[in-house]
Design a protein around this ligand. Sequence first.
Ligand code: F6P
Length: 543
Amino acid sequence: MNDEIKPLTETAEWKALKTHYAKIKDLHLRDLFAQDPKRAEKFTAEAAGVYFDYSKHRVTATTVNLLCDLAEASGLREKIEDMFTGERINLTEDRAVLHTALRAPKNATVVVDGENVVPRVHEVLEKMEQFAEKVRSGEWKGHTGKPIKNIVNIGIGGSDLGPVMAYEALKDYSQRSLTFRFVSNIDGTDFAEAVHDLHPEETLFIVASKTFTTLETMTNAGTARDWALKALKDEAAVAKHFVAVSTNAAKVSGFGIDTANMFGFWDWVGGRYSMFSAIGLSTMIAIGPKHFREMLAGAHEMDEHYRNAPFEENLPALMGLLGLWYNDFFGAQTVAVLPYEQYLRRFPAYLQQLTMESNGKRVTLDGHPVDYQTGPIYWGEPGTNGQHSFYQLIHQGTKLIPCDFIAFCRPRRRLGRHHDLLMANVFAQAEALAFGKTAEELGKEGVKDWLVPHKTFEGNRPSTTMLLEELNPKSLGRLVALYEHSVFTQGMIWRIGPFDQWGVELGKVLAGRIAPELESPAEPQLKHDSSTNALIRRYRAGR
Ligand code: F6P
């Protein structure tokens, strides 16, 4: 039988990793470092401004070779080419996957259905730029002639998490005379709090939705229109206070937004891969077109690296493979993402959708249940806050949690010793996790015998440290593309489809059925299970 069609776990490459795992699983990072003074050098890769130190992982040179063999045997190289060249690799939705075309330079060619899509990408970018400049300069006036001071992005999932993460990350680059708010939740509190101190005359809503059918976004957009029109008292005001970002022109004009004020993108941009498309309009207004272009350039650099570098030196491939190593061989269930940069506080939330909506799948692309673990759970908080919260479990708990530390040589805000102290902490955490503290060391320090077990750190807890020069639009672009391609690497090896999200559908359908049962004045005939029926009755009685 050809290896390509064998179940993944029966391929020679997977089996070799399994045998290798049994041999090295008990090796301790303390010994690995002691045996090889050049370990850090050997297990560090650098590209597109990211210094990627993976020496504190439980790997040897053989592990890396075997993981790269698995990637090769999985056809990853060809699959990367398929993605970049617009093959319809999103099989269940019959779509190309071309977020990389969003950051391709103007002279690049990417053909989908016989058409080079790059000129269209740049047309939209230019339209966004003209609009962003008008808003930033005050030239774009509201209905009553006042300049716009507040921008409220209404969207959810990929139409929210990327924009809000990028705005927070690049706040230091933002035009401070403008206020940015992001409304996503259907919980009315989200809208109410976002606008409570804003005036409709000075507020612009960006309704961001790929489909323009998403319940949360459409409900919030409707509420926003009511809120604006209550004050502005003229339907014509919608044209000055609402713009749309969508692939669905018909729905946009159905909502009452002039399609002249619509910024388009295409079905080959997945929601969670869309922050570099027109979905990033709020980002562009905040940081300006020049910085937005730098962000695109950063992502493009990482794209080129992913497409061309051998897997042994390829950052997204290595990141994906290391994740797979713990997920599938060590049985680790989660990955902690720990940015030591306050401006990246929403980065873990952004990554949760990117990674889990992509790789949270239980069947292969040809419909067979997998017999191995797929996407791990991503979570995290910025350092040092997490250190005073959940790091205890990472250091001394019973679970193995590989960590991604993200840090920057230069701070965005240089205040006294703050940055050196921040960096001392990130380096210390990675060191403590890897090397721990032995009972013997504690004994030498005079720690009482009964306390020794409590104070022992077994170490051997793996982490990657990514060190970048500074957080800026370019480095953010590089970082996002790094994670995007690491997700792709894993998805391809697991043979799943990282670009659909059927798992979010059932809940949507059921909610659509339940909503009228909650709202009907007459007692509804409930036909759910006894638990759901009782909850609905209880809610109706108490609402
Ligand atoms: O959660 C499902 C999902 O389809 C995401 O993939 C997407 O990012 C989000 O909803 C929002 O979709 P839209 O941009 O079409 O409103």
